[in-house]
Design a protein around this ligand. Sequence first.
Ligand code: ZN
Length: 375
Amino acid sequence: MSDLRISAAFDSGNIDVIDASSPDGVHLRIRKDAGDEHLQWFHFQVAGARGRPLTLHIDNAGECSYPKGWEGYRACASVDRRHWRRVPTTYEDGVLTIHHVPEADLCWFAYFAPFSLEQNLDLLASCQASPLASIERLGDTADGRPLDKVVFGEGALQVWVIARQHPGESMASWWMEGFLGRMLDPDDALARVLRDAATFHVVPHMNPDGSFRGHLRCNATGANLNREWHEPTVERSPEVLHVRNAMDDTGVDLCLDVHGDEALPYNFIAGSEAIPGWTQRLARLLDAFKAEYAKATPDFQTTYGYPVAPAGKANMTMCTNQVAQRFDCLAMTLEMPFKDNADLPDPIYGWSPERCGHLGRAVLGPMAAVLSELR
Ligand code: ZN
């Protein structure tokens, strides 16, 4: 039998091959992001694998940014690049081992179902095909890629929704596809109410350079964009600078920043409780939004999440804290799992693109519920 051929030379590919001479003991390593600090995203293709039991070892899994992300984790595999099934995966002594018998010659493996830059362009094109939306160019990324914003709605309130600051968190794009699809549905009554009350500024992809390069957390210059909101610069973090400047122009009444979390097997929201300008009003809005999201879908919950920082000790380099303080508004980080929702596990697909899309569509309810209290 011929040798396996393993490649990551494509959009969002990431793997180095150490030894692929034997299918039952392939050794791989995840590459570091620019900046040499972070690594965890992987995405690669195995050729010549049909019917052969593969044992793929990722030797440096223990050196990744969030080793706890490997506990209870199952890798995603696909032969059609549409359906990403979870496959048996173990984590032991710092090595992640994936077992799978591909049913076709080419099989792709990824940390989570990828969402390519081409898909992001398709998403922008489908938005501008709607008479309800327009696209505005915010500026260029460090690698010279366009950074675009989808604008719709006619209300006085200003709602900002952004995703993919962390490029390895592809679930944020699948969420965005569901959210935008519903918001631009002319027959959806709740979407109409929201578009009448607010103007929406949506940046579906904050970090196209990082995602194309197969990064976990950083852009092309090695900047973690969600640690750049205090003092973004055109050299290091133009993506944040362009978006923050545009926010300064419009003002912000509600901001949602969409992410994925490596370790926690739940959907949850982190607020900005530790900012110096935290108020009872913001606390009420945050509680109401979270409660309504949990009512809207059992895939969202409020029991598990991040610990809240001590009062006044917020990290102001993060989007949610910077925006909440800067605009005295409700600003939140939504986290989805890489693994699964432990409250409603899916043995075949785990947390999946389809479920991200449903969670994106379900956010209209909580948004509508807090609308009248935002100002
Ligand atoms: Zn993130």
